[in-house]
Design a protein around this ligand. Structure first.
Ligand code: 13P
Length: 252
């Protein structure tokens, strides 16, 4: 884990209504505040309908709040979209970009992800840029090439260790209960860091690279100590306080 401060991030995806969402975020904030000096950052990324209320609830706590996507423009005629400036204004510190579900459902390309990341950084947000291979790409031994080209295509030149986080999420591991081996994860993370060095130079050594895909309290302690793994992006297990806390606990 080197000297990079780990980040445990919960991606709630399209889950959570007001009452339960506020209760979940409140429970995580309460547990986190009981830890005098946590050794990691903790983030929840609720659906857009809840970010403002949860950011308000988390204000003054150690819990950070983020969104799951943003538009690449600051304002304008983009019905249904949310700008990074609005997300910052709602109290968010982070935004997830280029998640595989957005790359698939909304046909987001590396170029789109890069433009969104630039806009997010300009608005003062930290961009969590997601990459990862499909099962077919892994079977064809293309994992490293795919991840390297996603890094080179999606990470803007102005990214730094301060304003950018990378999340490696093998598409076939998302929501499936399947994970790569720890050796595979370490290998990919090290290669991703190399590709990142080609884009942002020495900042890459300080930039956090999270692992995501079926992270659970039962396997987090295997992945978190790997030298190039700097935290986790958690889907399903971030929807229950005990499960998410179990993962935070492996870093704290
Ligand atoms: P799961 O943890 O449910 O596999 O989801 C991972 C993910 O997509 C987080 O962004």
């Amino acid at each position: 884990m080197s000297n990079r401060r780990p980040l445990i991030a919960g991606n709630w995806k399209m889950n959570g209504l007001t009452k339960d969402g506020l209760a979940l975020a409140g429970e995580i904030a309460t547990r986190l505040n009981k830890v005098a000096s946590p050794n990691c950052d903790v983030l929840v990324c609720p659906p857009m309908t809840l970010v403002a209320a949860i950011a308000q609830k988390a204000e003054g706590s150690k819990l950070s709040v983020g969104a799951q996507d943003c538009h690449m423009n600051e304002t304008g005629a983009h019905t249904g979209d949310t700008s990074p400036v609005m997300i910052k204004d709602a109290g968010c510190e982070y935004v997830i970009l280029g998640h595989s579900e957005r790359r698939t459902d909304h046909k987001e390309t590396n170029e789109v992800v890069k433009a969104k990341a630039s806009a997010a950084i300009k608005a003062g947000l930290k961009a969590i840029i997601c990459i990862g291979e499909t099962e077919a790409e892994r079977d064809a031994n293309k994992t490293i090439d795919v991840c390297a080209s996603q890094i080179k295509g999606s990470v803007p030149a102005e990214s730094t260790a301060e304003n950018t986080v990378i999340a490696y999420e093998p598409v076939w591991a998302i929501g499936t209960g399947r994970t790569p081996t720890t050796a595979d994860v370490q290998e990919v993370h090290a290669e991703v860091r190399k590709a990142l060095t080609e884009v942002i130079g020495a900042e890459a050594a300080k930039t956090r690279i999270l692992y995501g895909g079926s992270v659970k309290p039962t396997n987090a302690s295997e992945f978190m100590p790997l030298p190039d793994v700097d935290g986790a992006l958690v889907g399903g297990a971030s929807l229950k306080a005990d499960d998410f806390w179990g993962i935070v606990d492996s870093c704290i």
